[in-house]
Design a protein around this ligand. Sequence first.
Ligand SMILES: CC(C)(COP(=O)(O)OP(=O)(O)OC[C@H]1O[C@@H](n2cnc3c(N)ncnc32)[C@H](O)[C@@H]1OP(=O)(O)O)[C@@H](O)C(=O)NCCC(=O)NCCS
Length: 202
Amino acid sequence: MSPVDTTPTPYLAELSAADLRGRLDEALAIYVEAMGYPRGTEFHRAPMWTEHTGRPGWRGVAAFAPDSDGNPSMVGIAYGYRGAPHQWWYQQVREGMRRSGAETGAIETVLGDYFELTELHVSPRAQGHGTGGALLRLLLTDRPEARVLLSTPEVPHEDNRAWRLYRRLGFTDVVRHFRFTGDSRPFAVLGRPLPLRDQPPR
Ligand SMILES: CC(C)(COP(=O)(O)OP(=O)(O)OC[C@H]1O[C@@H](n2cnc3c(N)ncnc32)[C@H](O)[C@@H]1OP(=O)(O)O)[C@@H](O)C(=O)NCCC(=O)NCCS
């Protein structure tokens, strides 16, 4: 007999900016654990995530599952906002595209009307059940932008859950092996047109 998976199925909820600010510690704990960052990283990130909640077009979603006392505990978080030319990330990606040889028209098309998927994290204990994909689909539902862009660390052979999820959902390369100012790790910038509705459910 195969083992029965007793993990409770998380439910998804839209977060207001105030909701996220009120549950920032919980959300940042997921981020630090999922990314394998050293403890303390959350203190640097808290002001940035708080500032992001005030950006035009900000939207956040979360996944919850009951903890051992039956109270809802956050197990996944995703948010993003509308990209704009004055933003640091926009300028970095524009420079990355320029350096990789993209023509001005192509850069304008890609960066002209996009939603930046800024954060997507699922607690390691809740991964592998489709929660990350469900969060991403909910976050992108009815977005007015023409496309979604994101950056993710490069990993050998694109072999991690994030890469598999993005490829499964039809994300393609915008810039590869890009180094953002102040970070020595190579990143990929990926994107795809919106809406997502032409994609299969997983
Ligand atoms: C990337 C991340 C958010 C994905 O979340 P997730 O819930 O683990 O991923 P998915 O929604 O893709 O889960 C689907 C996986 O579960 C499996 N699965 C099991 N049951 C499933 C179901 N009912 N529906 C869909 N998938 C299911 C799929 O086969 C898939 O397996 P795979 O990852 O080996 O391809 C998560 O792994 C994470 O937080 N990673 C660390 C942080 C990170 O890299 N974040 C992104 C930075 S840009």
